[in-house]
Design a protein around this ligand. Structure first.
Ligand code: MLT
Ligand code: ZN
Length: 463
């Protein structure tokens, strides 16, 4: 419960209609896409300016009130969950295009801008915002930056980090700080912008971002190929990426495809069923690119890695092939999946796949395990579906035990326990498998420097 005096001060800052207490609002703004935690914020506040954000943070410091920053709440690790009476500060209203500079090819936007709106704005300028994923229709730029979102184009364009040229933030102490100011070159000491990228709201609130835009991509083709052996997907990747500049290389299992087809009404890419499917995309960067791609495909068939395949003949067919991959995550929600989002270096992927497959078969003999992911950048999504007979708690405790073993395997392969979804509440217990004790101590010191009273998203990332 917020004391009346604090309620009045918050109303002075944002106005009465921007402070929400209704149960529906607390529920809606108090969780992300995870289902393990119950929303229990004390209130939701919707500032409209950076100065209002600053006033809220200063007030929170005075009355020792924890803040959970909230974007589109499409996160998958509990990073935006407010379960302990925190104040949710939602950036939805700070969502405008603030400045567009065609010469710099950059745009400054409010952190609450929906990712899809930024993509659309870029397209209207003949440019391209290349970070893309299934949740781009509701995720917000600030949240993308706070989690350094990845998605389906990382092999060519990299993560969100690559496209952030500047940030305006309010740190946990309540200072407004401009970080990097859109500069391409700026060697003036520590680049604090990069500390905020991926900080999951633990250092402060990202309020505005200057985003570098890319040139519009050329027309592209999508190929889907059926593969019988898990490890051979890496052979196919190596073969194609040696000769083609790929813009995506994804994979999914037959079980994932079955679910998407039966729940979304999509059609299979071709008649032959195989254990796994690789989906790749390339731009038409030279006149002989399609011949090159077909020759590589034929080679993969000849050596026995690929059993069947299809290449898009139109943009609408390409879009439909993409849906087979992009609709997997949304389709699986009905089974309340336990989500692993892990990565290793590409060069270690083949051995890792074999080991992780073995481990999963031994540890989850009775559970349905769905594989998919961005194999082109070393990122696997391993989703364990909750059997109906299990309660959420029973299911979670079983998965937590297996996560320890996956963590140990990742430590052996020097991989990451969170490739792109972030750590949040879900993975903080496994962070030590990817980060050393010294690194974790340093992260804690950095948090203290930005957030001396420990009010920013406490309990996320680490304790
Ligand atoms: C995806 O690759 O589809 C997203 O990361 C979401 C998910 O893993 O569920
Ligand atoms: Zn993903």
């Amino acid at each position: 419960m917020l004391p009346q005096r604090v309620i009045e001060q918050l109303i002075d800052i944002v106005g009465e209609s921007r402070l929400l207490f209704e149960a529906d609002d607390l529920q809606r703004f108090g969780v992300d896409r995870t289902t393990l935690w119950q929303a229990a914020p004390c209130a939701v506040v919707l500032p409209g300016t950076v100065e209002e954000v600053q006033s809220i943070v200063r007030l929170a410091n005075q009355c020792n009130l924890a803040i959970v920053p909230s974007g589109g709440r499409t996160g998958l690790s509990g990073g935006a969950v407010a379960k302990d009476g925190e104040l949710v500060v939602a950036l939805d209203r700070i969502n405008q295009v603030i400045d567009f500079n065609p010469m710099d090819r950059s745009v400054t936007v409010g952190a609450g801008m929906i990712t899809g709106h930024l993509q659309q704005f870029a397209e209207e300028q003949g440019l391209f915002y290349p970070v893309d994923f299934a949740a781009s229709g509701s995720s917000q730029i600030g949240g993308n930056i706070a989690t350094n979102a990845g998605g389906i184009k990382v092999v060519k364009y990299g993560m969100t980090r690559n496209w952030v040229a500047g940030l305006k933030v309010v740190n946990g102490a309540g200072d407004i700080i401009e970080l990097n100011k859109g500069l391409a070159k700026n060697n003036t000491g520590y680049d604090l912008r990069h500390l905020f990228i991926g900080s999951e709201g633990t250092l402060g609130l990202i309020c505005e971002a200057t985003i570098q835009l890319a040139r519009a991509p050329l027309e592209s083709s999508v190929m889907v190929m059926g593969v019988e052996n898990f490890a051979e997907i890496v052979d196919v990747l190596t073969c194609f990426s040696r000769d083609l500049d790929l813009s995506a290389f994804e994979f999914f299992s037959q079980q994932a495809l079955d679910k998407v087809i039966s729940h979304r009404g999509h059609t299979e890419p071709f008649k032959t069923e195989t254990a796994f499917y690789a989906l790749l995309e390339f731009e038409h960067s030279s006149p002989d690119i399609l011949d090159k791609a077909m020759a590589l495909f034929e080679h993969c068939v000849d050596v026995g890695w690929v059993v069947d395949g299809v290449i898009s003949q139109s943009q609408s067919q390409a879009k439909n092939l993409w849906k087979l991959r992009e609709d997997i995550s949304g389709t699986l929600w009905q089974w309340q999946p336990y989500k692993n989002d892990i990565s290793v270096r590409i060069s270690r992927m083949a051995d890792f796949l074999e080991d992780v497959d073995q481990l999963v078969m031994e540890q989850y003999p009775d559970f349905e395990v769905i594989w998919y992911g961005h194999i082109g950048d070393g990122n696997l999504h391993l989703n364990i579906l909750k059997p109906e007979a299990f309660s959420v708690d029973q299911f979670h405790s079983k998965c937590v035990n297996v996560s320890e073993e996956i963590g140990q395997l990742l430590a052996k392969y020097e991989g990451s326990v969170s490739a792109e979804h972030g750590v949040g509440l879900l993975k903080k217990d496994y962070l030590h498998y990817s980060r050393s004790a010294v690194e974790m101590d340093m992260m804690r010191s950095i948090k203290r420097a930005f957030d001396p009273n420990y009010i920013m998203n406490p309990g996320k990332l680490f304790d």
